[in-house]
Ligand binder design. Structure first.
Ligand code: TUI
Length: 308
């Protein structure tokens, strides 16, 4: 399948893996890239030198293009940018905040393709003006830190507002979702939740099992009052968090509850007290399979639906 995204990135299929904290490390990134998509290493809150090590490990596992996702809430983001440039990583996606123009300039100047993740038309227009090569328009169906507009409403509005190619994200996990996104004008899709339940993902088996068992209404959003809304699968932790939030708890108290909670779920498999971040599409994920099967299945089905 050829689109402006496959051309821009030099990949076979316009399928990008989300840069998920803890989960998107080099095994998953390399597996997605080897399968013809674009794998991403999620820098999240990791120190820049760890990101460098992950990039080097990823290069050992694939000779295909891959990228690094920079989370803008990380105060070390400028150091991660430096590492990305030094290591000649071809693509950067950036979310959870706006990529400052000086970092955009540094990346572009070094020949890195820059794809900001946006949750609104205003953000898309701003980053396109600043020189973004493409944007990921991520709807509120997505897992993790989210905006407020749904994918169905966000994608066509972003497509109309910018000239750069748009990658749709949030609520996509099969060929129907990909075809629908293309009908809205997207030229690629980014998936997170589907790849959490990939064989090559390092997420704990109990995290994957929680996704496989979950239903359409099992995700919930915490942190609406703190300005950092996060979608995850409901459990004991989200129940306590939402109770505290409703009682008007202080930010520090809420942070205490979630501190290290994603790591707890991903690495230790504590799906009761940990943060099981996932999108609304988790209910449709019923198996754990290799990235190659995921990507070829989705692209094959989408091509049939789009009559390509
Ligand atoms: O970033 C994500 N998803 C994430 S980041 C993350 S780590 C985290 N954990 C707990 C609390 C906060 C973060 C888990 N999942 N997706 C991309 C995304 N970016 N979604 C929404 C945005 C976004 C939000 C605000 C992009 C720009 C933005 O700008 C704010 C502004 O200043 O205009």
């Amino acid at each position: 399948m050829k689109t402006r995204i496959t051309e821009l990135l030099g990949i076979e299929y316009p399928v990008i893996q989300g840069g998920m904290a803890w989960i998107a490390e080099y095994h998953l990134a390399a597996a997605v890239s080897n399968a013809g998509g674009l794998g991403l290493i999620g820098a999240a809150s990791a120190p820049a030198e760890i990101v460098r090590e992950y990039v080097r490990e990823c290069k050992k596992l694939t000779d295909k293009p891959f990228g690094v996702n920079i989370m803008m809430l990380n105060p070390n983001a400028p150091d991660v940018v430096k590492v990305v440039i030094e290591e000649k990583v071809p693509v950067v996606t950036a979310g959870a905040g706006v990529l400052p123009s000086e970092l955009m300039k540094a990346l572009k100047g070094a020949g890195v393709k820059v794809i900001p993740v946006v949750a609104s038309v205003a953000q898309a227009v701003m980053v396109a003006r600043a020189g973004a090569d493409a944007v990921v328009a991520e709807g509120a169906e997505a897992g993790g830190h989210i905006g407020s507009t749904s994918t169905m409403a966000l994608v066509p509005q972003v497509v109309d507002a910018v000239d750069v190619p748009v990658i749709a994200a949030g609520g996509i996990a099969d060929g129907r979702g990909m075809a629908a996104a293309f009908m809205l004008g997207a030229e690629g899709v980014q998936m997170g939740t589907r790849f959490v339940a990939a064989e090559e993902s390092i997420a704990h088996a109990d995290y994957k099992a929680k996704l496989v068992k979950s239903h359409d209404i099992d995700s919930i959003v915490t942190g609406r009052s703190t300005g950092h809304p996060v979608r995850l699968i409901r459990n004991k932790m989200t129940k306590e968090y939402l109770k505290l939030e409703a009682e008007g708890a202080k930010l520090e108290e809420l942070e205490q509850l979630t501190l290290g909670s994603l790591r707890k779920a991903v690495m230790e498999g504590d799906v009761v007290n940990g943060s099981v971040m996932a999108g609304q599409i988790a209910g449709m994920i019923n198996d754990v399979k290799p990235c190659k099967e995921i990507i070829e299945g989705i692209v094959g089905d989408a091509e049939k639906l789009l009559k390509l």
